[in-house]
Design a protein around this ligand. Structure first.
Ligand code: ATP
Length: 292
């Protein structure tokens, strides 16, 4: 089910840039993964290597136990949709883009592709160069989903798409994934919006692994504490505070750090409500500092 094993991977670009820095990561596959990181943290570089767009020079990447680079048998099972126009090229038309994908993608589902075109209201005869930014993204997503590649990676694939189209994309992705389980990696900066899809989250920062965890466990690494302001302040004294909001006498404070059962009992006594922390708050906390 398209597991990925990365060992001590380092990627350097000219100009003394270390985009990936000794990264070791194992994804067992068959899940939807969120790949999160600040600008320049190495997400696109990592996915490009997994998709065999570049040769690995330090460390190893194995997909289903094999190296992807120059491995055609394997790479036809890997689909990466990214902004830089590999799947969707300007010289083509919408129809031509689908025709090409149909030829090269062994699990292509034409009916599904047509349904996606309808959903995103993509004019099938139009040239790609004449599509709007959001329409180009929707075409990339159409190819990415209808390819049904056992390893599908979508790198900020929704750029420029309006909210109704993005929500349609999330719903269709989830529905299709349940019917056709595969490994899906989504990189995004819209964490609150896309986060509900993730079964596991990988956070990288400056090319290094910060977190790899189940989404639910990750959200339990902190808590949102809500209740009467005075009690919330007392309860959270000494904790690492990620953010706070106040509405009249009620306060909500987001803290980082596990709340043990004794502290939970105290919270209940004091009439405080504890809920898992928002993924975005955790992300900001875990990756704050100077950008890469
Ligand atoms: N072709 C290149 N030549 C030199 N440096 C590069 C090249 N491509 C990427 N980089 C640098 O490598 C680092 C990682 O870039 P990458 O595009 O992988 O990050 P990212 O996490 O996808 O960022 P974003 O969220 O902004 O898309 C950055 O510092 C970037 O400037």
């Amino acid at each position: 089910m398209s597991g990925i094993e990365i060992q001590n991977l380092t990627v350097r670009y000219p100009g003394d840039v270390t985009a990936i820095d000794d990264l070791t990561l194992k994804l067992e596959g068959g899940k939807i993964y969120g790949l999160l990181g600040r600008n320049g943290s190495g997400k696109t570089t990592l996915m490009s290597l997994i998709a065999a767009y570049r040769r690995v020079t330090e460390g190893t990447i194995l997909v289903d136990g094999q190296e992807p680079f120059e491995n055609e048998e394997l790479t036809q099972h890997i689909c990466l949709v990214r902004d830089s126009g590999d799947v969707v090229v300007d010289g083509d038309s919408v129809k031509g883009t689908l025709r090409r994908a149909r030829r090269f993608r062994p699990y292509w589902d034409e009916e599904f592709a047509q349904r996606l075109l309808d959903t995103f209201q993509l004019p099938s005869k139009r040239g790609v160069a004449k599509l709007s930014r959001g329409q180009k993204s929707a075409l990339g997503i159409t190819v990415g989903l209808a390819s049904r590649a056992p390893l599908t990676m979508l790198d900020e694939a929704y750029l420029g798409m309006d909210a109704p189209s993005r929500y349609a994309f999330y719903d269709i992705l989830l529905e299709d994934y349940i019917e056709n389980p595969r490994t899906i990696i989504l990189s995004t900066h819209l964490i609150e919006e896309v986060g509900r899809l993730f079964e596991q989250v990988v956070i990288i920062d400056r090319g290094r692994l910060v977190v790899h965890d189940d989404t639910d466990s990750l959200r339990m690494r902190g808590a949102a504490v809500v209740g009467p302001a005075v009690a919330v302040d007392d309860f959270t004294t000494g904790m690492t505070i990620l953010g706070e909001q106040r509405l009249g006498g009620t306060k909500s404070v987001t803290v980082y750090g596990e709340i043990d059962p004794d502290a939970r009992a105290v919270a209940a006594d004091w009439g405080l409500e504890l809920s898992p922390v928002a993924l975005q708050d955790l992300f900001v906390h875990l990756t704050k500092g100077d950008p890469a």
